[in-house]
Write a protein that binds this ligand. Structure first.
Ligand code: SF4
Length: 353
């Protein structure tokens, strides 16, 4: 048993393959939350340097050999699917800097049981990759864009790349991506001038803007509650400047964004209000980091080592047991609004959105 997997003895290993055959297997935690959404980070590297995510210089990335390869990712997703995972979102760092990413998208899209694949990107490489990703089966894409202003884009990302992002968005539209969303991080006293222009841009092009409250996940501990532009503030701004916003009943209450439509019938926006309106009690998400750690929460302090299992000859059952153990130990939710809050040991770029 020298290749025996490194897991705690109190988790009884089911008879080989008994569980894998059980297509009704589901990942339900101690709060009754069903987990069917897996975020897969394929790299911690990025081609921009958003100030609220990573330092401008001297960023320490994981060594390449520590990053899961496509076979390992595909195997993990295949096992997770047998436990009820149905949705996969590919994230980073910046996923498009991972070589041959369309190959992975095609492999995951072909996995029986995977009903939905989406990707979150900063869009800089979309002019080059939007077509091969589309041909690989990708249809849903979130593009991170906080501003349409070239100067502010440069100030936020420390890269002068906005024209590529806009060209990439236009190409995604032409190719026929079914759902194109813009993820805009709302940092107070910085992006207020962008809130309305972004919404107008979304209305004009059929993109759904998601305003994301600034979260304490940056590598330099810049976060401060005073720097969070709250969802309610943005709703007031948009209702005043464009048209009243009408809440849209959640098609899936477990989705992180609360959605609104403009009363004039043109366009929708969403709010991911982790700070002012935490949605943890509806959370259905798990995260696999690029270096093979399983996290039950963006803010988790602890994580489980999947890579060692995958690389030590463990069986699919053992990997499944680890996933179950992870979900079984999931906490109630982040504690940003309590004195107990401790920032996770990993910054956002090393977790994935
Ligand atoms: S903070 Fe954690 S528990 Fe809450 S919704 Fe996000 S991932 Fe889920």
């Amino acid at each position: 048993m020298e290749n025996a997997p490194v897991i705690d003895s109190h988790v009884p290993l089911a008879a080989p393959n008994a569980r894998l055959a059980d297509s009704n297997a589901r990942l339900i935690d101690s709060f009754g939350r069903l987990h069917d959404n897996l975020r897969v980070s394929v790299t911690d590297r990025c081609n921009v340097r958003c100030f609220y995510c990573m330092p401008e210089t001297d960023v320490r990335f994981v060594e390449r050999r520590e990053i899961l390869d496509f076979e390992e990712i595909e195997r993990f997703v295949r096992i997770a699917v047998t436990l009820g995972v149905r949705k996969v979102r590919i994230t980073g760092g910046e996923p498009l800097v991972r070589r041959d990413l369309p190959v992975l998208v095609r492999r995951l899209a072909a996995l029986p049981g995977v009903e939905d694949i989406a990707l979150t990107t900063n869009g800089v490489l979309l002019p080059k990759l939007a077509q091969p990703l589309y041909e690989a089966g990708l249809r849903r894409i979130n593009v991170h864009l906080d501003t349409l202003d070239r100067e502010r884009f440069l100030r936020i990302t420390r890269r002068d790349e906005i024209s590529k992002v806009l060209a990439g968005l236009e190409l995604c539209k032409q190719l026929g991506y079914s759902k194109i969303k813009l993820n805009a991080v709302a940092v107070k006293n910085l992006v207020e001038p962008d809130i309305v222009p972004l919404a107008r841009f979304g209305r004009e092009h059929g993109f759904e803007v998601r305003y994301i409250e600034f979260m304490p996940l940056d590598a330099q501990n810049l976060w401060d509650r005073k720097k969070v532009l709250l969802a309610d503030d943005i709703i007031r701004m948009l209702s005043r400047e464009i048209a009243p916003l009408v809440p849209v009943p959640d098609p899936d209450p477990r989705a992180p964004a609360s959605e609104y439509r403009f009363a004039d019938g043109v366009g929708r926006v969403g709010f991911i209000a982790s700070v002012s309106r935490p949605f943890c009690l509806n959370c259905n998400r798990l995260r696999l980091t690029a270096d093979g750690k399983l996290r039950y929460c963006l803010f988790a302090i602890e994580e489980d080592d999947v890579k060692t299992l995958l690389r030590s000859g463990a069986s699919d059952d053992d990997v499944a047991a680890l996933i179950r153990r992870n979900v079984a130990g999931k906490w109630r939710g982040h504690e940003i609004n309590t004195a107990r809050f401790v920032a996770p040991p990993r910054p956002m770029y090393a977790i994935g959105g």
